[in-house]
Design a protein around this ligand. Sequence first.
Ligand SMILES: C[S@@+](CC[C@H](N)C(=O)[O-])C[C@H]1O[C@@H](n2cnc3c(N)ncnc32)[C@H](O)[C@@H]1O
Length: 218
Amino acid sequence: MFFNKPKAKYNFLNDFDNDVYNLFRQLLDNRDELIKLIEFTPIVEYQFKEWGKGKREDSNLLNAVRFLFISNFGLYGKPNTLRIGCVNPKKQILSVIDKTFDFIKDCYFFNTDFRKFFNKCDYKSNLDKCFCYCDPPYLGTDNNYSNSFTNEDSNDLFNTLEDSGVKWAMSEFDHPFILDQANQRKLNVIYIGERQNINNRRVEILVTNYENRQKSLF
Ligand SMILES: C[S@@+](CC[C@H](N)C(=O)[O-])C[C@H]1O[C@@H](n2cnc3c(N)ncnc32)[C@H](O)[C@@H]1O
C-alpha cells in the first residue's frame, strides 16, 4: 500500500517484526553492501531450507538477505520449496532496490508494538492532517507472520486507533469479530473483494473511521 500511493509530507512506518525493520535499516544504512550480498548469495536449496527452518546469521546484513530470500524465493511465499518461474526473484529484487531506497530515504521507521506507536510521535498539533493506514495480520487466519493476532489484539488496535484522534483505515477480512467491533463502534466497512489462496476464500474489507467514497482499492 505504502509503495503504491503518493507519499505524505512526513511518513511514519511501523512493524513489530525485527526482520521487517532490519531489512529497511540495512537498505538505508548499507545499500551497496546489501546489493553486493544479494548478487553474490547463491540460490541453494539446502541453505534456503535451513533459513526457512529458522537458522539465523551473525550479522544484520546477512539476516536482511536471509529475510529477502525466505520471503521472496519460496513457492506460495513459504520457505519450503524453491519457486521456479518465468521471473528470477533475485533479478526482480535488484531491479527495484534503488527505487525503493529513494522512496524510503526520508521516512521514519519504528519497530514497536502498535499499542506504543502513537506515544512515540508528536502529532497532536496536526491531528486533522494525519492519516493512519493499518495492515495487521488477518484475524483467524493461519498466516506467515511471526506475530499473529488474537481478538484481544484486534480490540486493542481498534481502541488505539480511536484514541489517537486521527483519520484511519484498517485492512481486514470479514471476520465476525471484526464486523461486530465495527458495528458496535459505528465504523464504516467497505467491501473490497474476494481473495482466494490455496487454503481459503475470504472477503477483504477496509474499516475506516470516516465516510469513504472510494469504491475499490485495486
Ligand atoms: C499483513 S502484514 C502487513 C505487512 C506490510 N504492511 C506489508 O504489506 O508487507 C502484518 C504485519 O503486522 C505486523 N505486526 C504483528 N503484530 C504487531 C504488533 N503488535 N505491532 C505492530 N506490528 C505488528 C507483523 O509483523 C506483519 O508484518
